[in-house]
Design a protein around this ligand. Structure first.
Ligand SMILES: C[S@@+](CC[C@H](N)C(=O)[O-])C[C@H]1O[C@@H](n2cnc3c(N)ncnc32)[C@H](O)[C@@H]1O
Length: 504
């Protein structure tokens, strides 16, 4: 697929001069019963072209112009105006393919869908469905707020100013807030008026700056993120990482010749990969693949500072509150009188267990710092007397004794070795007949569920863990003496498994 889009519909003089050169050869969609307005051509045309069976097909969609001129507030993703689509289908046998293309926005080309896209003509963000028009207007409001005098004479904003006219907003044609200077009076008068005008403008500028909101850094980070993902896809497509896989560091020029790309472009691409931490760059040796040898440890990732700890707890608390009731009621746990929620964080699940089983006493076991902060998450209520907190490290310290152990979203954080260590500790603490309630997202056996595979990749990037299938968990449980495994799929992504400890 090749996707094309157009940028601002308002003509900039420099671009206007070229208008016509890029006008589409196909007819423009006219206003019909479909609600689409006739687009006005100003500069480049929004063209979607696709290569199918080696043949290039270009389709005029009217995407950006139609939306910008009629609605004014959102530029869409790829969306083919119904009439344009019909025209093209009538003319071309690629109708079904085009139908696929008009869903390109839905495939999320900014994310994994980007893998389908060979190249983008025009503005990537416009193809994605970035609300460019709205965005530009907001920028203008941020940096060029209208003066009271301008507000009295409303400016017709039938469209956004072209992006490349932003620096020129003082120009009347540019549609900005600064009115043009009038040519009146003698040279001397003009010079005086000019100086006074400039002083006033500077004072105005200082005042405006002082009241400006902070620079939108997050927005720029977001844009950088889009660009980084495209750079990464390009590097993968050129097989840069494959060329570096088994070899010593290489100079950009050597890789350029292997991937058949320009030396300068390849060097920039490799620099971006190095900045992302995927390659290592040394001036003498060149670029080498970065080997991730030391997997991250949970605390190092999430608990780097007290602020991060608290933020993580807040996130966990929110998620746990959403799922706690389902977890607590997945099985009948009324035969247990004591439970230990291992890695129970803020105690959100403990509270739901206590509410559901009024004779159950629950100990929440977590790291000392977390237990200390957990007080901030405890609401008053009748369950409070059923819940206690105990601090410790579940790899090193003895676990509180209980008839039921709960491991909710714990094992997926850890490597197989660590999971064995933890399960053997739980098994040691259990008497025969004790229960183990395991809550995780089970990978489907064929590993086809994209969502959980992506989640599994996420676990690897963020921790040393991974998601596992029902079979894998069952093997782990049985290896540690837990049998009679029952599984319940909860609404959403979680699954609950209940197993019973048998006599060793
Ligand atoms: C992913 S959270 C799950 C929290 C909770 N079980 C839930 O499902 O919402 C993992 C929890 O394990 C705790 N944890 C991590 N390493 C630990 C350790 N070595 N000893 C005790 N708790 C630990 C963390 O502090 C955190 O509360």
């Amino acid at each position: 697929l090749r996707l094309g889009s157009t940028n601002p519909p308002r003509p900039h003089r420099a671009v206007e001069a070229q208008a016509g050169k890029h006008e589409p050869s196909t007819a423009t969609p006219s206003r019909g019963g479909s609600g689409w307005e006739r687009p006005r051509f100003t500069a480049r045309s929004p063209v979607v072209s696709c290569r199918l069976s080696g043949k290039e097909h270009s389709v005029f969609t009217g995407v950006a112009i139609v939306h910008c001129s009629s609605k004014g507030d959102r530029s869409p993703g790829i969306g083919v105006p119904p009439e344009a689509e019909r025209r093209t289908r009538d003319k071309d046998t690629t109708g079904s393919h085009l139908h696929g293309m008009d869903k390109a926005g839905g495939y999320g080309i900014q994310a994994l869908g980007g893998m389908l896209v060979e190249s983008v003509h025009g503005d990537f963000l416009n193809v994605v469905g970035f609300p460019l028009n709205h965005f530009c207007k907001q920028l203008v409001e941020l940096y060029y707020p209208p003066r009271p005098a301008d507000l009295r004479q409303p400016v017709q904003h039938d469209s956004i100013p072209a992006v490349d006219t932003f620096e020129d907003l003082g120009d009347v044609d540019g549609g900005g807030a600064e009115p043009a200077q009038r040519e009146t009076g003698s040279r001397h008068e003009k010079a005086e008026a000019g100086a006074a005008g400039q002083a006033a403008a500077e004072a105005e500028c200082h005042r405006t700056r002082a009241t400006l909101p902070p620079f939108p850094t997050r927005l720029l980070e977001l844009l950088d993120g889009f660009k980084l993902s495209k750079a990464l896809l390009t590097a993968c497509k050129l097989k840069v990482f494959d060329w570096l896989k088994d070899e010593a560091p290489q100079k950009a020029a050597d890789i350029a010749s292997k991937v058949d790309a320009s030396a300068c472009g390849t060097e920039r691409l490799l620099d971006v990969c190095a900045a992302m931490g995927l390659l290592e760059k040394t001036e003498q040796a060149g670029f080498a693949l970065r080997i991730f040898t030391a997997p991250a440890v949970f605390q190092d990732v999430y608990y780097q500072s007290p602020e991060m700890q608290l933020r993580f707890m807040q996130a966990m608390h929110g998620v746990a509150k959403l799922t706690a009731r389902q977890v607590a009621t997945a099985f009948d746990l009324s035969r247990f009188s004591s439970a230990c929620d291992v890695g129970g964080c803020t105690g959100a699940l403990a509270r739901e267990l206590a509410r559901e089983y009024p004779r159950l006493h629950v100990t929440v076991f977590d790291l000392p710092d977390i237990v200390e902060l957990a007080v901030h998450f405890q609401p008053a209520g009748p369950q409070a007397a059923q819940i206690h907190f105990a601090a410790g490290d579940f790899f090193r310290d003895p676990l509180p004794s209980a008839e039921l152990y709960v491991l909710c979203r714990i094992l997926h954080d850890w490597s197989d070795d660590k999971v064995h260590t933890l399960l053997s500790k739980v098994a040691e603490s259990c008497k025969p007949g004790a229960g183990l309630l395991l809550v995780e997202t089970l990978l489907d056996e064929k590993r086809e569920a994209q969502g959980s595979l992506i989640q599994s990749l996420n676990m690897l990037v963020q921790t040393e863990g991974r998601e596992r299938s029902r079979g894998e968990y069952q093997c782990l449980l049985e290896l540690h003496g837990f049998h009679q495994v029952q599984v319940v799929h909860l609404e959403g992504v979680l699954d609950a498994m209940l197993a019973t400890r048998v006599a060793p």
